[in-house]
Design a protein. Structure first.
Ligand code: AMP
Ligand code: MG
Length: 335
């Protein structure tokens, strides 16, 4: 999660174009979840103190979720799960249970492409908290590590709120979904504090309610995956979330192929040369975040098929064809 990057900083900038000029909505940024977090409030009828108070609470909620779900913080709940859940059931918070439950649902919906037990593979390929090994893992290492991966080996006792791994060495990584969850939670806090028009952006995981400062839907730009300052598309969202997963912030080259930080849990390999980016809109950011990661694994054809089957979810997949970027999208996204 540490490198939930300064990913999609362009999205970040464009998401706030609705935060400018004439009526000035209130905007604040902080660092959290390994990235820049921005909260923008566009309610015209509240005074600045009320907005700042709501924002402070929303930021604190995001920090709280980071303290629970970070793989980089040895004191986090996820670190405790990863240390002990292969020996005994580990008690977890309601937040973690909620996220793991959604991760299970998404795992089923995406035929295993989204899998939070992918952590040992993430580490094997050097995308985890440790530094990358100088040599790429061999077939045997990958095979051995695959034995420790699979949601079927993760037992959740919802009544007792415990998590247990069925294989030694298993670990979870919530980096593909936790930021989306945190954006949803921050929006909930803002709503509880009387805010009706706001945007929360956690490194490209964007969740919006109401309208922007111009009385228009929030305008979100999607970064061109091969032109740092360029845009691939612009979308307008209202009471919705959007997440983008890309291969352009965290990757390395091997045999001329761009190996991304997203791992295919079925073959143990980093996704290479398939989508350059995937953007998903959904009614909540946790779903958008998890699905963007999953569709990145599935690629354009299987990805669009999965998206068509899920209600209120739309998506766009950009594939690098060398000379140009080919874009696939659901009908709803095109609109
Ligand atoms: P995102 O940027 O939301 O697509 O999340 C990428 C992060 O999710 C990676 O850095 C890993 O921590 C984690 N991850 C990688 N592959 C998967 C996968 N197949 N399913 C779930 N999480 C993954
Ligand atoms: Mg994700």
């Amino acid at each position: 999660m540490k490198n939930k990057y300064l990913l999609l900083s362009i999205i970040f900038c464009l998401a706030i174009t609705g935060c400018a000029k004439s009526f000035m909505p209130l905007k604040r940024t902080q660092l959290a979840m390994g990235t820049t977090v921005e909260i923008c409030i566009a309610d015209a009828d509240l005074n600045a103190d009320a907005k700042l108070d709501a924002m402070a609470k929303a930021f604190e909620r995001i920090h709280q979720i980071e303290r629970i779900m970070s793989s980089y913080d040895q004191a986090s709940e996820v670190s405790a799960i990863n240390k002990f859940a292969d020996i005994r059931p580990v008690g977890v918070s309601a937040d973690t249970i909620k996220v793991i439950k959604r991760a299970e649902d998404l795992n089923k919906l995406t035929s295993g492409a989204f899998d939070v037990t992918v952590a040992p593979l993430v580490e094997l390929w050097g995308f985890g908290p440790q530094t990358r090994p100088s040599k790429a893992p061999g077939e045997d290492d990958i095979k051995k590590t695959l034995n420790m991966v699979g949601m079927d080996k993760l037992k959740i006792d919802y009544a007792a709120k415990t998590v247990r791994f069925m294989r030694r060495g298993m670990k979870i990584d919530l980096g593909g979904i936790a930021s989306g969850y945190a954006a949803d939670c921050a929006i909930d806090i803002l709503k509880e504090n009387g805010i009706k028009n706001a945007m929360v952006n956690i490194g490209g995981e964007v969740c919006c309610i109401g309208r922007s400062g111009f009385g228009r839907p929030w305008k979100i730009g999607i970064q061109h995956p091969r032109a740092k300052a360029g845009l691939l598309a612009t979308v307008y969202i209202e009471d919705k979330a959007m997440s983008t997963s890309g291969d352009y912030e965290k990757f390395f080259f091997r045999d001329g192929k761009r190996m991304s930080h997203i791992i295919n849990p079925l073959n143990g390999m980093p996704v290479a040369d398939m989508p350059a980016s995937v953007s998903i809109t959904a009614s909540d950011c946790m779903t958008a975040d998890g699905l963007a990661t999953a569709i990145f694994v599935l690629g354009p054809d299987a990805g669009i098929e999965v998206l068509k089957k899920i209600k209120s979810v739309e998506g766009m997949i950009a594939v690098d064809k060398g000379k140009n970027i080919e874009v696939y999208a659901t009908d709803g996204f095109k609109r």
